[in-house]
Design a protein around this ligand. Structure first.
Ligand SMILES: [Cu+2]
Length: 324
């Protein structure tokens, strides 16, 4: 019955400490409900019972001025409730902050407006955190720009991501599946799109996945790899493919302007070619397209040369005229 209620109000419980946190929540919730009902019903009952009746003589004070028993109950009951909450709370809290020694460590980097994950055996993913089930996973979090906050509702764990500083959180996933990750610190225009997924796999499957990480794309033709990277590397959060401007110019527009002059906010301009696209991706802040803001993150260190080539090849496929 309690489980049913939890599932109705809350997301699934997927980490080892999720049920602990929910149960504590419901303990506080139901004891507040019980106290509320006792107080309200008591008040209504007493005011009806001792109401002034017509023709009755007014007795303003009773000879009984207080009751030791009643008064001590008034602080003993809340004291017990608060003590239970404290002990339960601190034990759950300690469980959440003390990371088991055998945890695998994944580096999480937040930046406007996507997440990068660096795995212990090399390789990175964007907006997709892959972890084994039934094994503690430690996340070391930081941000490249503003404050973000990393939240996995099904794990009941959340932690701020700060620039120039590391925060730590951990969880032990109990069920395989794909679950949501949110940024829960308002961080600018793209905040609402700053979601990601956590994919929980069987440990054996995870090992296999981790060993193949990065190598699977080697055989793809450049333009197909580019199309894949376009979403995988979160370019699509700021650039559309249909010509409409989002935070940045549409990839289609850039492609259609191939060979033409691009004007920047400082009045200078350059011709759109392979080198321009490459430097736009690696050093976005040096030339800011007029009419846009310099919010594109640098992809220095996040893309291999082949991946850069692929993104450029993909851009060219969007427009016939650019296939020079
Ligand atoms: Cu954010």
């Amino acid at each position: 019955m309690l489980d049913r209620l939890t599932e109705f109000f809350f997301p699934k419980q997927v980490s080892t400490f999720a049920s602990d946190i929910d149960n504590l929540y419901f303990f506080i919730f139901y004891s507040s409900v019980a106290l509320f009902l006792i107080v309200v019903f008591g008040m209504v009952y007493l005011s009806i019972k001792y109401r002034h009746r017509k023709g009755e003589e007014l007795k303003l004070t009773s000879s009984k001025d207080h009751s030791n028993l009643l008064e001590s109950m008034f602080f003993i009951i809340p004291l017990i409730l608060v003590s239970i909450t404290f002990v339960w709370g601190i034990r759950s809290y300690l469980k959440m902050v003390i990371v088991p020694d055998d945890a695998i460590e994944i580096k999480v980097t937040g930046q406007s407006w996507f997440w990068t994950f660096d795995y212990p055996d090399g390789g990175t993913t964007l907006n997709e955190l892959v972890v084994p089930s039934n094994k503690p996973v430690k996340l070391v979090l930081s941000s490249k720009d503003v404050l973000h906050s990393f939240f996995i509702p099904v794990m009941r764990s959340k932690m701020d991501c700060l620039p120039n500083r590391y925060n730590v959180m951990w969880f032990d996933a109990t069920k395989e599946g794909v679950y949501d990750i949110f940024c829960t610190e308002y961080c600018g225009t793209g905040h609402s799109q700053m979601g990601a997924k956590v994919i929980v796999m069987q440990p054996a499957q995870y090992e296999e996945w981790a060993s193949e990480l990065g190598s699977e794309d080697d055989d793809l033709p450049l333009d197909e790899l580019g199309a894949k990277l376009y979403t995988k590397k979160a370019c699509n959060t700021c650039h559309t493919l249909d010509g409409s401007a989002l935070v940045g110019p549409s990839y289609l527009q850039t492609s259609q302007m191939w060979g033409q002059e691009r004007v920047f906010d400082d009045g200078t301009s350059t011709v759109i070619d392979d080198n321009y696209i490459r430097s736009s991706i690696l050093e976005p802040m040096t030339q800011i397209v007029a009419g846009y803001q310099g919010v594109m993150p640098t992809y220095q260190g996040l893309l291999s040369d082949r991946e850069l080539d692929a993104l450029i090849a993909f851009l060219k496929t969007l427009n016939e005229d650019s296939q020079i």
